[in-house]
Design a protein around this ligand. Structure first.
Ligand code: NIG
Ligand code: FE
Length: 408
């Protein structure tokens, strides 16, 4: 069997995100890529000459900053329509909750998604994915949750899977049937949960699911209903995540931690017991500054307490048409610092190493380290704290995903 060609990237300022130094920084760094994998990472002077000689291609980066490929670990990328009119209503004083309770909100996007063809859903989602990718995103999570029937949920998950096959992007698919009660189940949320649990088995049988999520809140599902979703996921051996404590404290994060959740997401109303449960279970806190900003929330997630408890914090776009229509993960870094008081280094960890952990990819993604997938970004920047500093500017120069440079 022939070995794949080796490519040497040298003269880089590597923010490896490995422990040991701030940012895992290595000046005058080199990366040796073999096929889709990082074969060697370190200071250029330490590169064994025998390895260097094997490199077929030699690329010099003149001191440019290199980071791991960015990971957007919470998106709802597949949907039809938009909610700009709802945005206007909110600006005039209507609340997100009121709009949802009146049958708008998620349900209005469900209507628009159900009438969209597979081809249109794919085209729209691919455009959105490409926008994220242009800023260095090499891995994303995509949730269903705007189909809310067996047929339409599966359709959305198939679109997400297809994105992973056709774009140079790692896609993790999360089933979020328990996002809202669709109109045909109005007044019968428990019957709807039964149906969601049945679909899950079918979706899993078709290989469409990497994780299972639910929306536990006063406008969505109760902890008891959420528990039933988690039990169904557990029976299938699927990891879980949860939209928890976004609008109210339902103690969802503690429930998610009880099931060993990969992550609990949003968390503005998280309490100390929830933080302790997450710390014990190793559940990642995924903070979503785009939704906080766009819904004009005022209650901050407990960043200092999460930090003190040692809970890993990830940052994501939460791209969706209702609460976070943004498509810039770099802007989320900036907002994580300005709104949530994270440090720029924590923010970058939030879209690399901790985002990988939130997707169950902790061993393979999120760091520049030998043996991991060769996903990295070359930036028109000198220092890593600039990533969270600039906004409205895309400093991404080159992107390598699974060892292959992406043509821009
Ligand atoms: O993550 N919180 C629940 N779900 C989405 C918003 C869904 C919508 O409004 O369409 C979120 O913010
Ligand atoms: Fe979300």
């Amino acid at each position: 069997m022939s070995t794949p060609p080796l490519t040497l990237w040298r003269g880089a300022r590597l923010a490896t995100m490995c422990p040991g130094a701030p940012w895992g920084l290595i000046d005058d760094g080199a990366l040796l890529v073999e096929g889709d994998t990082l074969r060697w990472v370190g200071a250029e002077h330490a590169l064994p000459p025998a390895l260097a000689r094997q490199a077929e291609h030699d690329i010099s980066l003149d001191g440019a900053l290199v980071t791991p490929g960015l990971i957007d670990c919470h998106t709802h990328l597949v949907y039809g329509g938009h909610r700009a009119t709802e945005f206007e209503l909110r600006l005039q004083g209507a609340s997100y909750d009121e709009i949802a309770r009146a049958g708008g909100g998620i349900r209005s996007t469900v209507t628009a998604t159900r009438v969209a063809t597979d081809a249109l859903l794919y085209k729209l989602a691919a455009q959105r994915a490409r926008t994220l990718m242009a800023e260095g995103v090499t891995t994303i999570e995509i949730k269903s949750g705007y189909g809310l029937s067996a047929e339409h949920e599966a359709r959305c998950l198939r679109v997400a899977r297809r994105l992973g096959r056709e774009l140079p992007l790692t896609v993790r698919c999360t089933s979020l049937g328990a996002h809202a009660v669709p109109h045909e189940y109005t007044g019968r949320p428990d019957d709807y949960i039964d149906a969601v649990c049945d679909w899950l088995t079918m979706q899993h049988g078709e290989g469409l699911v990497d994780a299972v999520d639910a929306f536990c809140d006063h406008i969505a599902f109760t902890p008891a209903q959420t528990r039933r979703i988690f039990e169904a996921a557990r029976r299938l051996g699927l990891p879980i995540k949860l939209h928890a404590e976004q609008l109210s404290n339902q103690h969802g994060a503690a429930l998610a931690a009880e099931f060993g959740a990969l992550s609990a997401d949003h968390l503005e109303h998280l309490d100390d017991a929830g933080i302790a449960a997450m710390a014990k279970a190793g559940t990642v806190a995924v903070l979503l500054p785009g939704a906080f900003y766009f819904l004009r929330e005022t209650r901050l997630p407990p960043t200092p307490e999460l930090r003190a408890a040692g809970v890993p914090i990830a940052i994501a776009s939460d791209h969706n048409p209702g609460s976070s229509p943004g498509l810039s993960l770099l802007l989320m870094l900036n907002m994580a610092c300005t709104l949530f008081r994270m440090t720029p280094e924590e923010a970058l960890a939030g879209v690399t190493v901790h985002a990988a952990q939130a997707l169950g990819l902790a061993q393979t993604h999120g760091r520049l380290q030998a043996g991991r997938q060769a996903d990295f970004v070359v930036w028109d920047l000198a220092a890593p704290n600039e990533l969270a500093y600039w906004f409205g500017r895309n400093p991404c120069r080159r992107i390598v995903r699974a060892g292959v440079e992406i043509e821009s």
